[in-house]
Design a protein around this ligand. Structure first.
Ligand SMILES: NCc1[nH]cc(CCC(=O)O)c1CC(=O)O
Length: 334
């Protein structure tokens, strides 16, 4: 009005979020992107990165455990092509990489595994129905951990069950059931929830039946250690109880020197009075021997909380090793 030129306010530069292309990765990255924008006022742009795990057709039990879904994202971070990355925490190798920080572990989703079965049947109903038809229930999973616990469950009750090694994204895996090749598949509840496919779950598998993978249901937000401003901003997404619980689970995994493809399960749950209970399972995939142990520790929620949780994980792993865990896992998990 008065002839003064309007000062052009430059829009804040977009943060580049590296993500895998899978529907689940996109859903997870989208959720985090919206949260980061809400907290920082900065737009977030998704940068799609293809990882080895996305292109390799090898069985995950063979290639897993070394960060096949993670390495390419970490390279992009270290080379400055992206500002931060979102991973499924359960896919993250336990070794901390040079130059990167785990800026946040947001609040965990449902930790349980889920059965997706034909006609919405539960595991009990499925084996009973197929016993009547004179054949074992055929259940698909690529995870030695899930195989071990499914087979141990079947052995304990004399049920006929056959685990079938599969892999692929959520759509592909559920497709084996809808296509009639398999009677059921086991997937993480968290992934199905995040994809809006919770209605396809026929049974949530409680930890008594199946302990989840270390870190299952949690996300990991990683950025460059040199980006202190972003590290501080992302810390607002951190959920301390989740971070401390997964620290215990991952310490158990690290002490067993096992990767995410090993038949190792761990679940830390908070009880009353800051008591952390850690359940650990090591098995062989055919379920003939399943070692199951638990430990409890009061955790003081100070800056050493993660360290205390890791000590609990190390101690439980040592007890599992004493009881023969290394022999059970064999060479394949190394
Ligand atoms: N290894 C693949 C993977 N990594 C994380 C999830 C699910 C999401 C989560 O556990 O947070 C999945 C799929 C699945 O296990 O069904």
């Amino acid at each position: 009005m008065n002839g003064q030129p309007l000062t052009e306010q430059a829009p804040p530069a977009a943060l580049r979020l590296g993500t895998r292309r899978s529907a689940l990765a996109m859903a997870q990255s989208g959720m985090v992107a919206r949260e980061v924008t809400r907290l920082t006022g900065r737009p977030v742009e998704l940068v799609e990165i293809t990882t080895y795990g996305d292109t390799s057709r090898e069985a995950l039990a063979q290639i897993g455990g070394t960060g096949v879904f993670v390495s390419a994202l970490r390279d992009a971070l270290l080379e400055g092509r992206i500002d931060f990355a979102v991973h499924s925490l359960k896919d993250l190798p336990t070794a901390a990489p040079e130059g990167l920080v785990l800026a946040a572990v947001p609040e965990r989703e449902d930790v349980r595994d889920a059965l997706v079965a034909a006609e919405g049947l539960t595991l009990d109903e499925l084996v009973e129905k197929l016993a009547g038809a004179g054949r074992p229930a055929r259940i698909g999973t690529g995870s030695p951990r899930r195989m071990a616990q499914l087979n141990a469950w079947a052995r304990a009750r004399g049920a006929q069950l056959e685990t079938v090694a599969i892999r692929g994204n959520v759509d592909t895996r559920i497709g084996y059931v809808t296509g009639g090749e398999l009677d059921a598949v086991v997937l993480a509840t968290a992934g199905l929830n995040r994809l809006g496919r919770a209605a396809e779950i026929s049974q949530h598998l409680d930890p008594e039946l199946m302990i989840p993978a270390p870190g299952q249901g949690a996300l990991a937000i990683e950025c460059s250690a040199s980006d202190s401003e972003l590290t501080a901003a992302l810390a607002a997404l951190d959920h301390a109880p989740t971070r401390v619980a997964v620290a215990a689970e991952r310490a158990l995994l690290a002490t067993l020197e096992a990767g995410c493809s090993a038949p190792v399960a761990a679940l830390a749950t908070w009880g009353r009075e800051n008591e952390l209970r850690l359940d650990g399972v090591v098995g062989d995939p055919d379920g003939t021997a399943l070692l199951k142990m638990s430990a409890n520790g009061p955790i003081v929620l100070d800056e050493t909380a993660e360290q205390q949780a890791r000590a609990l994980g190390h101690a439980l792993a040592a007890r599992l090793l004493d009881a023969g865990a290394a022999t059970l896992m064999g060479e394949r998990a190394r």
